[in-house]
Design a binder for this molecule. Sequence first.
Ligand SMILES: *Cc1c(COP(=O)(O)O)cnc(C)c1O
Length: 357
Amino acid sequence: MEEAISFDAPLVQLEKNLHVLELFHGPTLAFKDFGARFMAGLMRYFLRNSSSKLTILVATSGDTGSAVASGFYKVEGVEVIILYPSGKVSDLQEKQLTTLGENITALEIQGSFDDCQRLVKEAFLDQDLLAKYRLSSANSINIARLIPQSLYYANALAQLHEHPDKAVFVVPSGNFGNLTAGLFAKKLGMPVKDFVAATNVNASVPQYLESGIFKPHASFQTLSNAMDVGNPSNFARMLDLCNNDHSAMKKDLRAFSFDDEETVLAMQEIYSRYNYVMDPHGAIAYLGWKKYNSSSKVGVGILLETAHPAKFIETVEKNLKIKLEIPAQLQEVAQKAKQSKVLNSDYDNFKNYLLQR
Ligand SMILES: *Cc1c(COP(=O)(O)O)cnc(C)c1O
C-alpha cells in the first residue's frame, strides 16, 4: 500500500457544500494510478518466486493503459500489451501509452474501446493463446484494481469537516469501476448519503435505472473519452451488490447523462464561478451534482476529479481560452516518438498477431 499509493488525494473546497476530490496526483495524472499501481505491486509480490512469464492484456479508453504500464514498467517477468482505440484518445494520452517501450507494447486498434475490451475478454478464453501465454487482466474486471479505490472515498470523508452522513459522492463513470469501489466502501460500513453516477451520452446505466432494462450499445465518441463505454464491465458487479434488484439499485444510486455541449458549458461555468480548471470528466461530475441538487436534496457534494486537465489540453485550452501549464510528467512523454502496432478489430487477426510474436 505504502509503495503503491505514494501520492495524495486532496479535497479542495469550491464553495459551501461543494468539494472536489482530486484523484490525479499520481505518476500518470489520472485516478487509475490508485488501482493499477496497487495491482501491479500485488502481482510483483506474488510473482517473486515464479519462473514463468506473465502477460498482462489490457484494454484502455485512455488512462488505464498508461497507469498499468507505468506500474509494470521494467518489471522483470511481466510484459504488458495495451489495446487502445485508434484516434479516440487525446494526443498526450496516446503518448503516455506508446512511448515507454521495454516490456510495454501498444496495439492501436481500428475500432472502439468496446472492441478492445471484447478482444481482451475473448483472448482469456482462448485455449490456443492460453497454451502459449500465461495471461492476466488489468482492467477493472480485475478486483485488485477496485479494492484500493474504496480507500479514497473514506479518506475524503476524513478530510471533510462535516457530518459524513451528508456526503454525496458524484462519480464520472464509464466502465463503473470507480463507482463500484464506492459501493464496496458503503457495504463495508462507510457512512454516505448518496452516490451519483454521471455519464456522457454512453448512458446504458442511467437508462437502466430509469427503465429497468439494460441495453448495452456500441460506444459513442465524446470529449470525455475515458468514459466512452457502451457496455460497462462492472455493471454485473453492481447488480450483484444489489441482489439483482432494480429497485434496490435505485435506492443506492442516482444516475444522469450529459452531452458534449453541456460538458463544455460546465467547464466554463466552473472556471468563471470558482476559478477552477476542471477536465471534461470532472465537468460531467459537476453536471451530475447540479442535477442531483436541483431536486432539492440537501447534502455536501464531493465531485471526483479523475484526471489532470492537462491530459485534455486541446479541449481545455480551446474552451476556457487559457494557457495551461503542462506538468513535468507529460512534458517528458510529449517529446518522445510514438511506437504502436496498428491492427483491425477482428479477433482472428488479433489472435494471429499474438500467436506469431
Ligand atoms: C477511466 C476513467 C473514468 C471512468 O472510470 P470508470 O471506473 O471506468 O467508471 C473517468 N474519468 C477518467 C479520467 C478516467 O480515466
